[in-house]
Each structure stands twice: as structure tokens, then as C-alpha cells.
Ligand binder design. Structure first.
Ligand code: AKG
Ligand code: FE2
Length: 300
């Protein structure tokens, strides 16, 4: 089998990798994958049909796995409950799925942000339910000099309470992964990639406040950056076929789920790779005004 890496046409990022069996990956093939990961920032592997175990084993090539719930290394991102019925509007998991429809970077609201995301498709709806990725290296590159100068020294607080609150959802501390009371991580808007050295925007729905800036102005700035960058050649829409595996570099790529009819079943298998503490760890806390987003966070 010879591995083929094909750049996705007319996009600033992304490649499709074929001629590879990820469940039996030798060192030479892994080198090709890792190099492509750094160059293209997002990889599509059609028709892999990875078992949970095989996906976790492949994920471990990238680094340690971030545990999201119940000690699982691969989680079901699903609108179907274990009993076979579908989540409804009031359900906690429903709110998580709806939240995923906003552009975001995984785990920026945790002290340690993620390095990479892996998603594979187990069941997909006939219409909608795509996963979209946006290249924030190209996003940074497309900004004018004045904007680059404006954001060069700015940082934003990131919080899952805040991003869910923007959708009208409030969550009590302890309700699940990410809903903590340790204070909000503060992350620079411009991130330098630890491997490639390229600058990328660290934005998305979890970013909600910029120290020293009026809240409305900060939100407008953050929203404006998303609008300007998440379009055209910088956005790749992955139309799922069961068996596909999608991988993105969470240090320079935003992602979101696209809406679909919630009466249709959509099941993805997700594995999140933990960030390297040397480059993905953020200072937390000190956001005295964050309590408005987190009613049970009085003890920060
Ligand atoms: O469901 C999707 O398409 C995206 C899910 C997501 O945000 C994630 O896996 O981190
Ligand atoms: Fe995500």
C-alpha cells in the first residue's frame, strides 16, 4: 500500500490521506501522517471504520488522551441515548450538542487546551450534520496590519459557562466536564504554533472577555474576528460518510458541527488529544467578574 496525501482543492489547509490502514500503522506511515498533520493542520482519512480501540491506539500516536467523561478515551458524540431514544431540548447532552454548533477550539476553557481532535462517523443524518473546520493560520494571515497590531498583546478569558450562557443555557458547577470552579483560563488571541512557529488566532465561542476592555467591545472584536476569518478558502466542510476519520490540529484550527434534523440519528466517535503543558497550559483565575456566568462559582 502506498500512502497518498492530497491537498484539499481550493482550501488554505487540509489533506485527504488514502492508501493507509490506520489500524495497522507502521512507523514510516506514521511519519507521513505526522508531517501532513503539521503541514495541512487537518486530515481526512476515508473508509477507516476504526473500532474504539483502534481509534484510541491511533490517537495515542499524537499524545496522551484527554478524558472527557467516565474515564472513556473515545466518547460517543451522539443525539441518541443509551436506551435508544433521542435527546430532547431540556437534556444536558442536547445543550452540549447545540453548543458544538458554534465555532470553537476544544478545551480552551480548561487549564490545558487540547492538542488535536479525532472524530469518526458511526451514523450520519441524510441532510446536514457536517463538521466544519476553519484554518486560523490563514485567518491570522488575512488580517490587515492595524488589526494585527490591535490584537498582538490581547488575551481573552475562555469559559464553557460563558459560551453556554450566550446560548441561554446555564449550568451548575459539577454538572460535567469543563464546568469547574477553578477560574477561567486566559489565553493570548495570537498563538504561536509550537512546531511550525506559525501564528494562528485563538478565538471561538468560549472566548468571552478581554482584560482591560469593555465587555461589549471585547465581544464585538471577538465576533468580528470570527466573521472575517471563517469564510471562503479558510473553511472546509466535511460531509460525513460512515467510516471516515477526521483529525484536526486544535492549536490552529476551529471547528463546529452543522445543524441537522434532531429526529435523525447522528453518532460520531470522538477522541481528544491532550495538549502539551509546555505550550497549551494557560494561567487560570483572576477574572473577578466571571461569577455572572457561573452561579455556583462563588468559591473561586
Ligand atoms: O459533532 C461535531 O461535528 C463536532 C463535535 C465537536 O465539537 C468535538 O468533537 O469536539
Ligand atoms: Fe469540539
Amino acid at each position: 500500500m502506498s500512502v497518498q496525501v492530497t491537498a484539499i482543492a481550493d482550501k488554505s489547509f487540509g489533506a485527504i490521506i488514502t492508501g493507509i490502514d490506520l489500524s495497522e500503522l507502521d512507523q514510516a506511515a506514521w511519519r507521513v501522517v505526522e508531517d501532513a498533520f503539521h503541514e495541512f493542520a487537518a486530515l481526512v482519512f476515508p473508509a477507516q471504520f476504526l473500532s474504539e480501540k483502534a481509534q484510541v491506539a491511533f490517537g495515542l500516536r499524537f499524545g496522551e488522551i484527554e478524558i472527557l467523561r467516565e474515564n472513556a478515551q473515545a466518547v460517543r458524540i451522539s443525539n441518541k441515548k443509551p436506551d435508544g431514544t433521542l435527546y430532547q431540548a431540556g437534556d444536558f447532552r442536547f445543550k452540549t450538542l447545540r453548543g458544538n454548533e458554534g465555532w470553537h477550539i476544544d478545551s480552551t476553557y480548561m487549564p490545558l487546551a487540547a492538542k488535536a481532535g479525532l472524530l469518526s462517523a458511526i451514523a450520519v443524518p441524510p441532510v446536514g450534520g457536517e463538521t466544519e473546520l476553519a484554518d486560523m493560520r490563514a485567518g491570522y494571515d488575512c488580517l490587515d496590519e492595524a488589526t494585527r497590531a490591535e490584537i498582538a498583546k490581547l488575551s481573552a478569558y475562555h469559559s464553557l459557562y460563558a459560551s453556554q450562557a450566550k446560548l441561554g443555557y446555564s449550568v451548575a458547577t459539577g454538572a460535567g466536564y469543563g464546568y469547574h470552579n477553578k477560574g477561567a483560563p486566559l489565553r493570548p488571541l495570537v498563538k504561536v504554533h509550537p512546531v511550525t512557529g506559525r501564528k494562528a488566532l485563538c478565538i471561538g465561542r468560549h472566548a468571552y472577555r478581554i482584560p482591560g476592555m469593555d465587555d461589549a467591545k471585547a465581544q464585538a472584536l471577538l465576533d468580528g474576528l470570527l466573521q472575517r476569518t471563517c469564510q471562503g478558502a479558510r473553511v472546509y466542510t466535511h460531509h460525513w460518510t460512515v467510516g471516515d476519520l477526521l483529525v484536526w490540529d486544535n492549536r490552529c484550527v476551529l471547528h463546529r458541527a452543522r445543524p441537522y434534523d434532531f429526529n435523525e440519528v447522528r453518532v460520531l466517535q470522538g477522541t481528544r488529544i491532550a495538549g502539551d503543558p509546555a505550550t497549551e497550559l494557560a494561567a487560570t483565575g483572576r477574572d473577578e467578574r466571571a461569577s455572572g456566568f457561573a452561579p455556583s462559582c462563588s468559591n473561586r
